[in-house]
Ligand binder design. Structure first.
Ligand SMILES: [Zn+2]
Length: 212
């Protein structure tokens, strides 16, 4: 290894902001979640039975956290962070996340009409013993939400994406000859579909490599 001094820093939460692409390797065996409310333009922890009445009436938003390291290409090092996982990103991770994986996480810039979701693509599975041990990120969340205790065990209540399949059959007669819709795939299980979707996804890094 290089003889440059070891980088030391304070552990922080990493959110994937718009226009960001990062490569992460997973240290946690799994991610853990909490419910939050979005009040006065910031997220507060839902206190469950002790939650403030008016606050508790606002929608509950799930957020997940996990220990990861983000690749810093400038220093050729992996830097530890607490990854924040949105409800939408969790659908990409569900059933796939293991320790020792390399993921690309990205969020495209919003268009005029809509904001873009955070997306994750699994790139590599590595030997879990080849990555550093998981670190305790609970204190960081206590600071983040300014609370003395936090229960990290809430699952994302959002159901999996609804998987549909194109079907065969004659297209509208008026379009005959113009090529009717063909079935795109033969996904039997969501697992297969997830793998397919993961493969089909083009991350910003992959697009850049294609253009090169
Ligand atoms: Zn609440």
């Amino acid at each position: 290894m290089s003889d440059s001094p070891k980088q030391v820093g304070v552990l922080r939460v990493f959110r994937i902001e718009e226009g960001t692409t990062v490569h992460a390797r997973t240290l946690s065996d799994g991610y853990k979640g909490v419910f939050t409310h979005y009040v006065k333009r910031r997220s507060v922890l839902c206190g469950g039975d002790d939650c403030d009445g008016p606050t508790h009436k606002t929608p509950k938003i799930w957020k997940g956290y996990a220990a990861v390291e983000l690749w810093n290409a400038a220093t050729n090092h992996w830097n530890p962070f607490v990854l924040e996982i949105t409800e939408s990103l969790e659908l990409d991770l569900r059933g796939k996340w293991r320790r020792g994986q390399v993921w690309e996480f990205y969020r495209e810039m919003p268009t005029k009409k809509k904001s873009m979701p955070i997306t994750g693509k699994l790139l590599e599975e590595r030997d879990p013993s080849s990555v550093p041990p998981e670190f305790d990120y609970r204190p960081v969340l206590l600071h983040l939400y300014h609370v003395h205790a936090i229960h990290l065990g809430v699952l994302n209540p959002m159901p999996p994406r609804v998987i549909v399949e194109a079907s065969e059959g004659n297209g509208p007669a008026i379009l005959a000859g113009a090529g009717a819709g063909k079935p795109q795939m033969d996904a039997e299980t969501e697992q297969k579909y997830q793998e397919f979707m993961n493969k089909m996804k083009k991350t910003p890094t992959e697009k850049k490599l294609e253009r090169a």
